[in-house]
Design a protein around this ligand. Structure first.
Ligand code: ACO
Ligand code: OAA
Length: 379
């Protein structure tokens, strides 16, 4: 019998078309609906980018104003959802809280089972508006702090930071956070988006697909890597009294040792990009801005040390999670909150893909090659 050509991990397999984004490892570029993500990060708000991903075009002023009003009106955590979050142990992972919250929001939505484009777009907008309060409140309750109500006079990013920290963030911090939200928003058929598409392909509902996607994003080979990067920094030790050079030397030694032990170091490598992640330079610039804003040169030393050592030893480049982790740390987020921040952003891309899947749906059901025991019988 001819051997089946099995593509483990679906590596290199093209399973469908998409008009949402184009990841091109040859040119090291990422386009959202045709626009280079770097250009969007330089001049757009996350709200504009979400509308671009959903609608295929950047919004007009009126469309943006309409969505902005909607988003600001749907930010508050409902008392029922707050009660559910409060019932969860603060020892559980914040991604479990996000996953539960997305499920509750689906159960509370009277249109949850409606799957028209209009109904799904409305659900996508509501989820995008609601998730920051979940992420922000969860971090606060773990710190023993009270809920901070949203502010309608602030944009998405400024309000997210406000609800998390209870004070207005400085403009450079808001800008860096907005950049991170834009860069995390969409990345074609990554594992979590593909999960969302698989669930959608059964004609299940949008919230179920998002819940599944959150589960897929949690793993350290995917979104969980931004959290894992910070664990690496912590393991090496962040010493504020150190110079960048001293920190770099210690980070290099740590990486040499980790690679000698054949460890996988999270925040490096990518299934599609083999020559560097197109988003890293933009996120690294945002990290640099945070290092300057908070005057933390030793963080740059650690960053450079790990990157150089991994480059020299294995020529493996950082992915987006590598600069995003320390940037979120400097902004003041707790490490387990990092991947929920990714969720808040990626809801835009996931839901764009859910709507696209439904436009030309085919049940996703690949084949497998059986390698268990030959047929046998009970007697
Ligand atoms: C936003 C995102 O989701 S970006 C991805 C975030 N994930 C991470 O940062 C996790 C760490 N990175 C990895 O595990 C991988 O690079 C992946 C899973 C992202 C991509 O992996 P794949 O394309 O399947 O490549 P694979 O894991 O087979 O790696 C190929 C080789 O590079 C090595 N390698 C890849 N990434 C790393 C890494 N981060 N650290 C050390 N070695 C690595 C592998 O050990 C393997 O070496 P080998 O051929 O000697 O066995
Ligand atoms: O594309 C991938 O495999 C992972 C990734 O970078 C993302 O989802 O942003």
């Amino acid at each position: 019998m001819a051997e089946t050509d099995i593509k483990k991990g679906l590596a290199g397999v093209v399973v469908d078309t998409t008009a949402v984004s184009k990841v091109n490892p040859e040119t090291n570029s990422l386009l959202y609906r045709g626009y280079p993500v770097q250009e969007l990060a330089a001049s757009c708000s996350f709200e504009q980018v979400a509308l671009l991903l959903w609608n295929g075009e950047l919004p007009s002023d009126d469309e943006l104003a309409e969505f902005t009003a909607f988003e600001r009106a749907h930010r508050a955590l409902s008392p029922e959802l707050k009660q559910v979050i409060d019932a969860l142990p603060d020892t559980c992972h914040p991604m479990d809280v996000c996953r539960t919250a997305a499920s509750v929001l689906g159960a509370q939505d009277p249109t949850a089972e409606h799957s028209s484009k209009e109904a799904n777009l409305a659900k996508a907008k509501s989820l995008l508006a609601a998730m920051p309060a979940v992420v922000a409140y969860d971090q606060r309750r773990r710190r023993g702090q009270e809920l901070v109500e949203p502010r309608e006079d602030l944009g998405y990013s400024a309000n997210f930071l406000w609800m998390t920290f209870g004070e207005e963030a400085a403009q450079p911090v808001v800008d860096a956070f907005n950049v991170s939200m834009i860069l995390y928003a969409e990345h074609s058929f990554n594992a979590s988006t593909f999960t969302a598409r698989v669930i959608t392909s059964t004609l299940s509902d949008l919230h179920s697909a998002v819940v599944g996607a959150i589960g897929a994003l949690k793993g350290p080979l995917h979104g969980g890597a931004n959290e894992a990067v910070m664990h690496t920094f912590d393991e090496i030790g962040i010493r504020q009294e150190e110079t960048a050079e001293e920190a770099e030397a210690r980070a290099k030694a740590w990486m040499d040792d980790a690679l000698a032990q054949k460890k996988k170091v999270m925040g490096f490598g990518h299934r599609v990009y083999k020559n560097g992640d197109s988003r890293v330079p933009t996120m690294k610039a945002a990290l640099d801005a945070m290092i300057e804003h908070y005057d933390r040169p030793e963080v740059l030393g650690l960053y450079n040390g790990l990157e150089k050592s991994m480059g020299e030893a294995k020529n493996i480049k950082p992915n987006l999670d590598y600069p995003a982790g320390p940037a979120y740390h400097l902004m003041g987020f707790d490490t387990p909150t990092f991947t929920p921040l990714f969720v808040a952003s990626r809801i835009s891309g996931w839901t764009a893909h859910i709507m696209e899947q439904l436009e030309a749906n085919a049940l996703i059901r690949p084949l497998s090659e059986y390698n268990g025991p030959d047929e046998r019988h009970l007697s």
